[in-house]
Every structure is written in C-alpha cells, then in structure tokens.
Design a protein around this ligand. Structure first.
Ligand code: ATP
Ligand code: MG
Length: 453
C-alpha cells in the first residue's frame, strides 16, 4: 500500500451520505479502512477514542462547521492530520484552513486522482501541529509537547523577544534557574527562524567527555587517533545551516572555550586529523543556569566568548516570580498527562491551587510538571484537593510567617491566617472560629469570600 503513504485508517466527516459513501468506496478500493461520521460532534467523539492517520473534513455542516471542528482537533489532537473538503471553495476559507493547520484543501466533487495526490503529498512528519501550532502570542511551536505556557507579563515579554530575535542570526544566551524552560525557548527560537527546516542540534556541555569533545563537535578522519576507526561527522557538520544549542555552557573547559571562540570568529573548522577547512554556517544558542558573570570573575569562563555568545540575552524568571502562570501550567500538564495515561481530567480545588501558588518551586516548571504527573498517577480522584498534594508542599503552609519577604495587605493576611488556623484545626470551624475570636457565621462568610473551603 505504499502508493497510499502508510495511511491506513481514515476518518471521513461529511453530512452528505453520498459523499461519505463515495469516499469510503475509493478508500476501500485502495485497501484503506475508513470510519464515517455525519457531523462534527460525532467526529470529535470518534477522535477521542481512536487513532486515525488522517481526517477528511467537510467544511459546511449543520451542527458545527468544519473550521470549528478543525480548531477543536488542533487543541485536542494536535498530531492528527487533516485535509479539508468543500463544495464551496473560497480563497479566504482555504487560507484560513491552512493557517489552522489543515494539510490540504480539496474541492468537491474531486476525482480519485486528486485525493490520491493529496494523500501522497503527506510526509510522515506532517501533523497539524508540525504545520502550524501557534500559541496565542503568535509563537510557532514544533508540537504540543513543546508548548510554552504562560501569560504573565515577563512571559509575554519573552514571547515577544523570541519572535523578534528568531529571524536574525544573532547568538542568544538563555539564562535562568534549572527547570525554567530554557531548552523550550531555544527550540522555539529555532522553529520561528528561517533555519527551521534545518537541524536543531543540542549538546549538553556537562555530559561531553573532554577528551572526545573535539571529535564530537568537529568530527574526525579515520586513523586520526587510536579508536578513530571510521571517519566521523561532527555535530557542527550535522547542524550546518541550522541551529546549534550549547546547553549548560558554563561547563565547557577553558581549552574548549578557546577552540569554540576561534570557530565562531573564523566561521570554519577542521575535522580532527584533517587539513581541509569546512565552512560553518550555524546559529548558536546557549543556555546556563549559572550566572556567567560569576564564572568570568572566578576565571572559569572567558569574557570574550561570553560577549560573542550573549548578543541577545534572554532571562527566564523563576516560577515563584510569575505565580499567575501556575494555574495555566497546572491545566496544561493535567491535560497532557490525562491524555497520556487515559484518565479523565480532574478538577483542582481552589484551595489546592492557592497552596500550589504559594509554594516556592525551587525546581521551577519541571518540578510542577513532575508533581502533577505524580498526583495523576497515584491519586484516583475527580477533584485534586489540598490533601492530595505532597506533604512537603502542603506542610509549608504550617509555618505561618507574618513577616515573610513579601508584604501583604490586611485582607491577604487575614486570608492566609484563616487558612492557617483552619489547617491547624483540621477544618473544624467551631474551634477555628473560637481561636480567631469571631463567630462561626462570620467565619463561614469569610471562608466563602476567600474561597477557602
Ligand atoms: N512555560 C512552560 N510551559 C510548558 N512547559 C514548560 C514550561 N517551562 C518549562 N516547561 C517544561 O518543564 C521542563 C523543564 O524545561 P526545560 O528543560 O526547558 O528547562 P531548563 O531551563 O532547560 O532546565 P535545566 O536548567 O535543568 O536544563 C520540560 O519538561 C518543559 O517541557
Ligand atoms: Mg535544560
């Protein structure tokens, strides 16, 4: 079935039975099984339960039009490929569909050949997401896995910076604590650049063995050293015309830093054991969770290299400085993992969200991601409550500090303190009210007002 490009299961969505059955017949003659849906909601429910290699989607339909369905597919099944079919072609709708991620657009009535051509054009890597997942700030991403979630002011600034720097060839230095999303940002810069159709090669400088580093980066020719049995292409060659990502750049030794600096300046390099110069055209992005200024002061990082690498610096603030993104991130990871382990998406109680917002997140987004995954796997509940959170997160609440580093309004302080007392009293309201010196009814009102449940 190679002529049909590894497409084995197709969902056909059209409200006209004649069209549905016609396509079904064509596909069946080619050995492709198809499932038929008469409207958008049927299609979405089929997609929720089953995998399809391709969706053929009519645009004008009664209950929900095809564009609407396409939008839903993009959110819920970003890796599903879609070809639109329509009896009423207009340029505007065609453009809109392609922008939304449809791979192609066929006009009814189409001939068998047209369908065949469209299917044969599909590349194995084509998915809705590959074509055009764009977040709401206009940032393209590789796949839903690489979505950068956030709408806090600092994150908006970062999206904006990525979009402005991506099309240039400037070197970018991404800094930020561990788990803040540096690698995601590096990939986003690549995907939004003119080099996106070329390789993105990432190398973790801390995992490179010093003795092999040169041959890893530059490659070597056969016999250039003991163990060099074959000629090897280095990572630079692999990344040529694409983007090279040096992760944990502060871990490069001074010797390697000197070599790297020379390569950047001369824009050419040689394989180990070879005299032939290879022209190098790469965009360099690096990342560090250490402050390189400290490394420069300590003499472990070359200042001249630092200036070469950090033409555009991007700093990712720690999660505790953009707490408003926490609920969004929770939602995002709940969605991601529920889909992966095929569990319904639980709700999160307002109190649990508050606790998660107050935690300091030393491991940043990565830590939050792991915690959400753990809760989903371990806890069987429709609602994630404070009691489902790991003790070390909820217990922090136990240490009530009036004079923490952040200054609070009286109202915020009252809310925090009431929550604290309720925790200490394990939710016994009469007791809590007594301690607080207010009556139960007043406490009830405040609990409601502050969403403390
Ligand atoms: N804004 C975000 N939206 C969605 N996921 C995110 C976001 N930031 C980070 N993540 C996720 O958190 C994890 C850590 O991100 P990433 O690897 O990019 O961090 P890092 O800054 O490179 O960390 P390290 O310094 O430890 O290498 C990844 O799984 C990533 O997908
Ligand atoms: Mg990283």
């Amino acid at each position: 079935m190679n002529s049909f490009n590894n497409i084995n299961r197709v969902l056909v969505v059209d409200d006209e039975p004649v069209v549905r059955n016609g396509i079904d017949r064509i596909l069946r003659n080619r050995g492709i099984s198809s499932v038929l849906a008469a409207n958008g909601s049927e299609a979405l429910s089929l997609l929720a339960h089953s995998r399809f290699d391709l969706v053929l989607l009519d645009i004008r339909m009664e209950d929900m039009d095809g564009i609407q369905v396409l939008k839903e597919i993009r959110v819920k099944h970003p890796d599903t490929r879609v070809i639109m079919i329509t009896g009423y072609p207009t340029i505007d709708t065609a453009v809109q569909c392609i922008k939304l991620g449809a791979l192609d657009y066929l006009v009814k009535p189409f001939r068998i050949d047209d369908l065949e051509v469209a299917i044969n054009k599909i590349k194995p890597t084509d998915t809705v997401s590959k074509k055009s997942i764009v977040n709401k700030f206009g940032l393209k991403i590789e796949s839903s896995k690489h979505l950068i979630v956030g709408q806090s002011p600092p994150m908006k600034e970062i999206f904006d910076k990525i979009l402005r720097v991506a099309p240039t060839d400037s070197t970018v230095l991404i800094t930020g604590e561990s788990g803040t999303g540096k690698e995601l940002v590096a990939r986003a810069i690549h995907v939004n650049s003119n080099r996106s159709h070329k390789e993105f090669v990432a190398v973790d400088c801390s995992s490179l063995v010093e003795t092999l580093l040169e041959s890893e980066l530059f490659g070597h020719v056969k016999g250039s050293f003991t163990g060099a049995i074959h000629t090897k292409h280095g990572l630079f060659e692999l990344a040529n015309h694409g983007t090279f990502f040096f992760d944990e750049i502060s871990n490069l030794s001074l010797t390697t830093q000197a070599k790297l600096l020379r390569v950047i300046q001369e824009r050419e390099f040689m394989k180990v054991g070879d005299q032939k110069k290879i022209k190098l055209d790469i965009r360099i992005i690096s990342a560090s969770n250490k402050d390189l200024h400290d490394s420069i002061k300590a003499g472990t990082f070359r200042e001249d290299l630092y200036y070469r690498l950090s033409v555009v610096p991007i700093h990712l603030p720690p999660l505790r400085e953009r707490k408003e993104d926490i609920p969004l991130l929770i939602d995002h990871f709940l969605n991601q993992f529920s889909q992966k382990i095929k569990k319904p998406i639980p709700e999160v109680s307002p109190e649990a969200i508050e606790i998660l917002k107050e935690y300091a997140w030393p491991g940043n987004v990565r830590e939050l991601k792991h915690i959400i995954e753990r809760i989903l796997v371990l806890e069987d509940t429709d609602v994630i409550r404070a009691s489902n959170l790991p003790a070390y997160i909820s217990q922090r609440q136990g240490e009530f500090q009036i004079f923490s580093e952040e200054l609070l309004s009286l109202e915020e302080l009252e809310k925090k303190y009431i929550r604290f007392v309720l925790q200490r009293t394990r939710g016994k309201k009469t007791l809590a009210a007594k301690i607080l010196g207010i009556n139960r009814k007043t406490l009830g009102l405040k609990i409601k007002r502050y969403n403390l449940s």
